[in-house]
Design a protein around this ligand. Structure first.
Ligand SMILES: C[S@@+](CC[C@H](N)C(=O)[O-])C[C@H]1O[C@@H](n2cnc3c(N)ncnc32)[C@H](O)[C@@H]1O
Length: 326
């Protein structure tokens, strides 16, 4: 990984992830039914949750130490809570320790096994049955949501230490292929109240769930449209800081390029999830990822080497880059 965009280190990779399949317990009316859990993959192919087994938490590894490692607290930032391990259920309180992740807008719940979190934009609401964690800090209650990387290519990319993540607090993000809004909801949490997510989805069925999720998040703008026709949403979408694309289509790099031409600022960020079989099921996945990198270069991006997220999503990779607009 070349890490060309310069805000990531590629060492100290966490190997202990805590993503048990758990019922949210307090799902809202718009939540997806349980039967849709892990719907992208056939039942027999489902990866084990809680992959880390009994391995030590990554803060304990001899690769940077508890506070100095890749996923230790960001420098000079104090953890919230007092460090005691969390309890079961929808947990939290003054005894739970949450620390900022080195990707702005993401957090880690420290425990026997560390868990990726985002700070919830919609307190009291689970979107896909994910657990919520409340932490008290100086009398203030803050709610976080667990981010399941098996349900989100972006969550997987973050845990696989993607070299560059332009999605951060305050960013305006154009999100292509929003589906029901699982990942969009975490992107909304990451960009926070001063940012915005313009979420494009062409399936009316998924669009209904997306609209429902957006009701409790003022920074999400759902757009039910075909991302192949970016001019159709020009009245809604302003110039954006970055585009995240997850449409799983053979021409997805072109779709991204067309949207960038319309909406992405110069040097704006790009992240695309590539499902190899959606592009060409007869080619080796690595060859597909290289081919897509070349298409992205043709449409105006400077790109990093692709990042495999195979351990969470089989034969998928993430490519990140910056837009070199004329
Ligand atoms: C892999 S799923 C996205 C999952 C979602 N990003 C998440 O993490 O929750 C791909 C989605 O892209 C949508 N899609 C595919 N082609 C599209 C297009 N041309 N315009 C808009 N949406 C599209 C599909 O309907 C589907 O919901």
């Amino acid at each position: 990984m070349s890490g060309r965009f310069g805000d990531r280190q590629q060492n100290n990779r966490p190997d202990n992830r805590n993503f048990e399949r758990r019922d949210g317990g307090d799902r809202q009316g718009g939540d997806r039914p349980q039967g849709n859990f892990n719907r992208d993959r056939p039942q027999g192919d489902r990866p084990p949750f809680n992959k880390g087994g009994d391995r030590p938490s990554f803060g304990d590894r001899n690769q940077g130490g508890r506070d100095g490692g890749r996923d230790g607290p960001a420098p000079n930032r104090k953890p919230f809570g007092n460090g005691a391990p969390p309890r079961g259920g929808n947990f939290g309180g003054a005894r739970t320790m949450v620390v900022p992740h080195s990707y702005d807008g993401c957090y880690i719940l420290k425990g026997k096994k560390d868990t990726l979190l985002t700070k919830s934009m919609a307190e009291g609401v689970s979107v896909y049955g994910e657990k919520r964690v409340s932490v008290e800090d100086k009398g203030e209650k803050i709610e976080y949501r667990e981010w399941n990387p098996f349900r989100s290519k972006l969550g997987a990319a973050i845990l696989c230490q993607v070299s560059y993540c332009p999605i951060k607090p305050g960013a305006k993000v154009l999100y292509l292929g929003a589906a029901s809004g699982t990942t969009v909801s975490h992107v909304a949490d990451m960009v926070g109240p001063s940012g915005a997510v313009y979420a494009v989805e062409f399936s009316k069925r998924s669009g209904r769930d997306l609209l429902e999720m957006a009701k409790s998040r003022a920074n999400v703008f759902p757009i039910i449209a075909d991302a192949r026709h970016p001019y159709k949403y020009r009245m809604i979408v302003p110039e954006v800081d970055c585009i995240f694309s997850d449409v799983a289509q053979a021409d997805q790099a072109r779709i991204l390029g067309d949207n960038a031409k319309f909406y992405l600022k110069k040097d704006g960020g790009m992240m695309i999830s590539i499902k190899a079989s959606s592009v060409n099921s007869t080619m080796a996945p690595e060859a597909v990822f290289e081919q897509e990198s070349n298409v992205l270069k043709e449409v105006g991006f400077k790109v990093d080497k692709y990042l495999s997220i195979d351990e969470f999503h089989k034969n998928h990779a993430i490519i990140v880059g910056k837009y070199k607009k004329e």
